[in-house]
Structures are given as C-alpha cells and as structure tokens.
Design a protein around this ligand. Structure first.
Ligand code: SF4
Length: 323
C-alpha cells in the first residue's frame, strides 16, 4: 500500500485533499505544526472528524529563524507565507524520506490566494522545499504538472480535481459528498496575520535580541507599554487576559495587582526593578481605585511579596508608551 503525508492545517481544503487521496486506497498520515503563532487545535478536531491519524510537530526554532529574515518578505502583516509554506514542505519532505512515504499532499488550491497560491508561487514553494516532484495538490492537480506519483500511477490523476479560484462552492459540495459536515471557516488561526500582534512582535524583535518563547507567548495578552529601552510592561485588559498573564508569569517576572480594589494583573517581564513605579501607576490607572489619590499595589518577585503606594499614571504617559 502506498503512503502519503498530508500537510494538514485542519481547514476544509486540507481535509478534502487528505480524504480524496485516502479514497484511492492510499495510507494517509496528517502532519501539523505548532509555534507560538499557531497551534494544532483545528487540525486535531478535523483529523478526528475524518478519522485520520495526526502527528503534531513543534517547529518553533526553525520557524523563528525563518521569520526574522524571510527570503520572499512578508504579506500584509508579519506573515511570511511563501517562506513559511516552503519550510513546512521541507520538514514534511524530510519526514517523507526518513519514514518511507511516497509523496506529500497539501490542500492548496490554485488561485485561491493571489500572492501565495498562484501558479508561480506554488512552483517556487515546491522547488525551494527541495521536494518539487513529490508535492501533490489533489484539489487542483489536473491544472498542474503531474508529479512522480501520478506519472508512475501510484495515484490515479483522473480522479484528482481541477478546482481553482477563491470561490468555495466546489469544496462545499465535495464536503457534502464526503459526509464532512463540520469544518472551520477559511483562514484565521495565525497570529502573524494579526495587525496588533504584528506590531508587538516587531517591537519585541527591535528591542530584545535574546527573546524567548515566554516573551512571544506574552505578546498574546493585555495592553503592552514600552518604557524607553528599559523594558516593557503588560497590563491585563479583562478577566481572560488577567488569567492568562497569571498563568504565564514566572518567578523571574515582577507581577503586580491592586491590594484593595478590583484591577488588572500587570507583568514586568524579566523582573526589571526600575520599571516598578511606572508599572504600579499603570496598575492603579486600569483599576477601580480613585484616580486622584494613592492606592496600595502588591508586587511579587522571586516568591517575595511587597506593597508599593502609587497614584495613577497620566493619560498622556499611557498614550506615549503604549505599543
Ligand atoms: S498564514 Fe501563518 S501559518 Fe499560514 S503560511 Fe502564512 S505565516 Fe505560515
């Protein structure tokens, strides 16, 4: 029996591509990746639904390296889609060779995304991955050059499809034919396409060369303030931010919260003591404490707790330092 690896985002197109190949009696293993910018949740739900095995691989280190200087640049935000796809295919290709798979499947559809899924981009991505003759796009295969597996009749090209463009009609009909009833809306799920996240990520890259996964995870929550080149302060905006910041903070960070009033969870990553007065003033500003008098703010660092008295920071200072 022939074997294929499906690069599997969990979106409808990736489900259809994998299912189309499985229906030709080919063993399909789904492969999805995680980084601080996207996770495997959608792929996990989708693979369960179509009952295919899924492997999840954390590619943070190689993805970060690529993200800092992508050969083909960024999309509208900080999304280096062409280089990202190339990297994903390259990793899938290495796995294919190592484990004796015959080819790789993707759910890409010709012309669906004007920049990253035109004929030229699909070709460039496949070529740069190092595995151009092994990458099958089942949904558009009949519009593309046949790959080795098609030429050698491992798979019947006549049963592959010729979908192109941005419309979803063909995919929705195929999903119904395959009995796939639940699927996520297209796109979404990658923080590198989010303008606000991108702004914070650019700020982090430009101020802190030695950032780690913790710094990247903290970018997902709260309001972020940059205090000159000293460091940054993060202020929870709501209960969910507060909860997430609480979970993410480590003993190295300084965390602050109000002693006597409801208020935000505030974090100074890497425990920069010089930022304590500003962080306390921000904590008061976004709390229910009166704005014109001092309030008690609890701060914790390296398992020790203390209290600092602070007034609210002026609105202009907030606006000046917010990222
Ligand atoms: S949207 Fe994000 S995950 Fe998808 S190719 Fe672009 S950078 Fe990679």
């Amino acid at each position: 029996m022939f074997k294929a690896i499906a690069l599997f985002s969990g979106g409808l197109d990736s489900m259809l591509a994998a299912e189309l190949v499985r229906r030709q009696n080919i063993d399909v293993l789904c492969l999805t990746y995680t980084t601080p910018f996207f996770n495997a949740q959608k792929a996990q739900a989708a693979s369960r639904q179509i009952n295919l095995p899924l492997e999840v691989e954390d590619i943070t280190t190689t993805h970060l390296k690529m993200l800092k200087s992508p050969r083909y640049g960024y999309g509208k935000n900080m999304n280096p889609c062409i280089d990202c796809h190339t990297l994903m295919l390259q990793i899938a290709g290495e796995r294919m060779k190592k484990s004796g798979f015959d080819f790789i499947i993707t759910g890409e559809v010709l012309g669906q995304r004007p920049m990253s899924q035109n004929k030229q981009s699909l070709y460039v991505v496949a070529k740069n991955s190092g595995y151009p003759d092994y990458i099958l796009r089942p949904l558009s295969a009949q519009l593309l050059e046949p790959i080795k597996a098609e030429r050698e009749n491992l798979i019947d090209r006549s049963k592959l499809l010729f979908i192109q463009g941005r419309g979803r009609k063909d995919q929705i009909k195929l999903a119904a034919d395959f009995g796939i009833v639940k699927y996520a809306p297209p796109a979404g799920g990658c923080l590198l396409t989010d303008p606000m996240f991108t702004k914070r990520l650019r700020d982090l890259f430009s101020h802190q060369e030695d950032h780690d996964i913790h710094d990247l995870d903290l970018l997902k929550y709260g309001r972020h303030f940059r205090a000159d080149d000293q460091g940054k302060i993060i202020v929870g905006r709501n209960n969910s931010d507060n909860e997430n910041l609480r979970e993410l903070s480590t003993d190295d960070d300084i965390v602050l919260f109000m002693a006597d009033f409801p208020g935000p969870h505030v974090v100074i990553p890497h425990g920069i003591i010089a930022l304590l007065p500003f962080a306390a003033a921000l904590c008061v500003r976004y709390s229910d404490a009166p704005s014109d008098s001092e309030a008690n703010v609890i701060y914790q660092h390296k398992k020790l707790s203390n209290i600092i008295k602070s007034k609210s920071v002026a609105k202009e200072d907030c606006e000046k330092w917010v990222i």
